[in-house]
Design a protein around this ligand. Structure first.
Ligand SMILES: *[C@@H]1O[C@H](CO)[C@@H](O)[C@H](O)[C@H]1NC(C)=O
Ligand SMILES: *[C@@H]1O[C@H](CO)[C@@H](O)[C@H](O)[C@H]1NC(C)=O
Ligand SMILES: *[C@@H]1O[C@H](CO)[C@@H](O)[C@H](O)[C@H]1NC(C)=O
Ligand SMILES: *[C@@H]1O[C@H](CO)[C@@H](O)[C@H](O)[C@H]1NC(C)=O
Ligand SMILES: *[C@@H]1O[C@H](CO)[C@@H](O)[C@H](O)[C@H]1NC(C)=O
Length: 395
């Protein structure tokens, strides 16, 4: 089994946390049907909106947002570093690592280098710590993304952001420490040039890559992590020792949202760019059939899986597994999501019904920070913070 280090560690963790392991998910439930508009115990609130002005120099773009979120950002980075310290133990190594990371931050491609420097200075947080945050976020994200087409050919796109796996389990609150601390950092961002929207995204304050976004009238895009032997760690290592020819996944996504002008253009760049880590790109467009999941290794595209309503494929679901393989037995969010989409039927698909699917456990789980709904034709984005009260799957 290509179960990888992380997932193998998950097995150990599940035993520790849940106490019992069974192949059938004990946390699954009937498909939700009345969750929208969001309310009740799984809804934790809306997120604030910000405008990022791309006409400003990169170092000034995030100042307002980061100044507002400074306190929350410090809390979260303090936790992340605590966990890193626990891993590394040795104070001298830790200090050396931080220096190294600060230096590496300055070697990131433009405009990310400048933006990260601007964020560190506005938040009054050491540069190396902001770099750590931006790296961690690339590595510990598990997610569910859906792209779907209704009977009129209109496209919808949505995702749950599940973040914080293995980053400290809080026994008292039965929650992941980092997941909890990320919620106040979630924002909705409108990137503008000449006072006009270029794209919209939901994102975490302090983070410069994009993992979900919509370009009005053109395409919508989400990024899911793909665990693989030839994984992020190797790419990360190569990057640290100086091999810089691959893209950070979320930097590529940001570049595509900012600079590609159509579905085809976006697809072409996502298929052909070299990456630092494997990934799934979930892309939606404007016309019937414009939707696909691109499965990437670092250097190649392994699969492009398109919507095809003539063959009855009116939706695509991606979690964190290749479509030609079974999901890991302890982490099957794909089948529950498909079951609920099947029950919803194409006639009834809409952002509210997709929200229902993303509200059904274990698609909704203890790692879920937020749910984002995207609609490309009018460039619409909605983001809601989530909670998963017990009983609820740890991921
Ligand atoms: C979690 O537990 C701590 C300590 O018991 C408590 O102070 C806090 O309010 C709890 N809830 C959340 C959401 O952190
Ligand atoms: C954007 O709008 C602001 C105020 O509405 C105005 O001062 C500024 O000149 C505009 N910028 C551009 C590039 O049009
Ligand atoms: C988008 O393209 C412009 C112009 O080439 C470039 O300055 C900018 O850095 C690009 N954006 C990203 C995020 O790479
Ligand atoms: C959902 O429907 C598709 C197409 O009919 C079918 O292949 C798939 O097995 C169904 N999945 C679930 C989990 O019900
Ligand atoms: C689907 O839509 C029909 C009519 O629009 C409605 O009667 C039905 O309850 C809906 N089903 C679900 C599962 O939402």
């Amino acid at each position: 089994m290509r179960a990888q280090g992380l997932v193998a560690a998950a097995t150990v963790l599940v035993v520790a946390v849940v106490g019992a392991v069974s192949a059938k998910d004990p946390f699954s439930e009937e498909c939700k049907i009345h969750e929208y508009p969001p309310s009740g115990p799984t809804y934790k609130g809306n997120v604030p909106k910000y405008i990022i002005n791309l006409d400003l120099p990169p170092s000034e773009r995030w100042v307002k947002l980061v100044t507002d979120k400074k306190a929350e950002l410090k809390i979260m980075i303090f936790s992340l570093k605590g966990m890193l310290k626990a891993l590394i133990h040795n104070k001298k190594y830790m200090a050396a690592l931080e220096n190294k990371l600060a230096w590496l931050g300055t070697t990131l491609p433009y405009p990310f280098d400048e933006e990260i420097k601007g964020i560190a200075s506005a938040a009054d947080i050491p540069l190396g710590d902001i770099v750590v945050f931006n790296i961690f976020y690339e590595i510990f994200t598990v997610c569910t993304s859906i792209v779907a087409e209704d009977t009129t050919g209109k496209l919808y796109h949505a995702r749950n952001l599940d973040f914080g796996l293995f980053l400290g389990w809080d026994i008292k609150n039965s929650s992941w420490t980092v997941t909890k601390e990320l919620k106040p950092l979630m924002v909705s961002v409108d990137f503008q040039r000449n006072n006009k929207t270029v794209f919209k995204s939901s994102n975490l304050a302090g983070y410069v890559g994009m993992i979900s976004g919509v370009k009005p009238g053109a395409f919508s895009l989400t990024l899911n992590e793909r665990f693989s032997v030839d994984g992020g760690y190797i790419g990360l290592f190569e990057w640290i020792v100086g091999q810089r020819d691959g893209w950070w996944m979320s930097f590529l996504t940001r570049n595509v949202l900012e600079n590609c002008t159509s579905y085809e253009d976006a697809k072409d760049r996502l298929v052909n760019s070299k990456l630092l880590a494997p990934a799934y790109f979930i892309l939606g467009g404007m016309k019937s059939g414009e939707g696909c999941i691109i499965t990437r290794s670092r250097s190649a595209t392994l699969d492009i899986w398109p919507l095809d309503t003539k063959k009855g494929i009116w939706y695509l679901v991606e979690t964190n597994y290749d479509r030609w393989k079974d999901p890991f037995v302890l982490d099957n969010r794909r089948d529950p999501a498909m079951k609920c989409l099947n029950q919803t039927m194409q006639e009834n698909i809409s952002l509210p019904t997709i929200y229902n699917v993303l509200s059904t456990k274990p698609v909704l789980n203890k790692l879920t920070v937020s749910t984002t709904l995207l609609e490309v034709s009018d460039g619409h984005i909605e983001t809601y913070l989530r909670d998963c009260p017990d009983p609820c799957s740890p991921w």
